[in-house]
Design a protein around this ligand. Structure first.
Ligand code: CP
Ligand code: NVA
Length: 307
């Protein structure tokens, strides 16, 4: 097989702290001088293959390619079902001969890993059940811009999901602090926690589970939440809504924080479930800056992988 050496972005787990810093420097440079990068991906094409819906990830990658002189094609759930019409490894090899890079959004993380192991062009994880690396790089950019402390402390209140897994790797690698409070059985994956705790020993990161949302926010410069019902879990909605009672980010909970923390949410949000309207629309909410930063951080990812 004509397999060139190439990089992927499948998980924050695969990045070194140096890679993360390089991506942040690039994000800041591209955000402040977009014209300087307007032809940097000229002639390059990006494919997006999504098994689940998307607003931010899909559009920000498409616009990023356009603003850097390249092009993008989107194949949604109706256009292509990975590994159905032919073997996944054949699709990966064929599509690598057309596109310079691919963004995949899949139900199973393993689908992206398998695809990437046969693709001869860079593969980017645009969200799987396991992780959402592009999201948390944009989150880090937002935190660096707005939360002016050397080692920020983040409280996660809610589901132990894909976004939390990625934040755990990110915060562990950077030596920051992450306190998480998730109800009952909705803790982050045990293997992720095991690995992250090993990383934290070396970097002196603080990775702690908090018994209650109140205990988690007590340390926080930033409070982060996400939907309680992720894509693909719709059948669990009624059950999860009951189990997550008391885990809403609202003014009462935030009164436990030492000073008013900034608020992050990857969006889409369900106002009135995981976050109150007042907090989402409040002056400390960074959720729309965070959404904008998807564009700048993804330009950096594309430049890093495709250039
Ligand atoms: N935050 C995020 O990934 O949003 P989309 O699902 O709209 O892409
Ligand atoms: N945890 C959510 C994030 C959406 C951006 C999901 O997987 O649906």
């Amino acid at each position: 097989m004509n397999k060139k050496i190439k990089r992927n972005l499948l998980s924050i787990r695969d990045l070194s702290a140096k890679d993360i810093e390089q991506l942040m420097r690039l994000s800041i440079s591209i955000k402040s001088h977009p014209a300087g990068y307007a032809r940097s991906l000229s002639g390059k094409s990006l494919g997006l293959i999504f098994e689940k819906p998307s607003t931010r990830t899909r559009i920000s990658f498409q616009v990023a390619m356009e603003q850097m002189g390249g092009s993008a094609q989107y194949l949604g759930p109706q256009d292509m079902k990975l590994g159905t019409r032919e073997a996944l490894h054949d699709e990966a090899r064929v599509l690598s001969r057309y596109w310079d890079g691919m963004v995949l959004r899949t139900f199973r993380h393993k689908t992206i890993e398998d695809f990437a192991s046969y693709a001869t062009r860079p593969v980017i994880n645009g969200l799987s059940d396991r992780s959402h690396p592009c999201q948390v790089l944009a989150d880090l950019l937002t935190i660096r811009e707005r939360v002016r402390v050397k080692k920020p402390a983040l409280a996660w209140v809610g589901d132990g999901n894909n976004v939390l897994n990625s934040l755990l790797y990110l915060f562990a690698k950077l030596g920051y602090a992450l306190y998480f409070s998730c109800p009952g059985k909705y803790q982050p994956a045990q293997d992720v926690l095991g690995e992250v705790r090993e990383i934290a020993k070396k970097t002196k990161a603080v990775i702690e589970t908090s018994a209650t949302p109140e205990a988690a926010v007590r340390h926080a410069d930033v409070v982060y939440t996400d939907v309680w019902v992720s894509m693909g879990e719709e059948a669990l909605r009624e059950k999860k809504l009951k189990e997550f009672e008391g885990f809403q980010i609202n003014h009462k909970l935030l009164a436990q924080a030492p000073k008013q923390p900034y608020i992050l949410h990857c969006l889409p949000a369900h106002r009135g479930d995981e976050i109150s309207v007042e907090v989402m629309e409040g002056e400390h909410s960074l959720v729309f800056e965070q959404a904008e930063n998807r564009l700048h951080a993804e330009k950096a990812i594309l430049y890093w992988l495709l250039k």
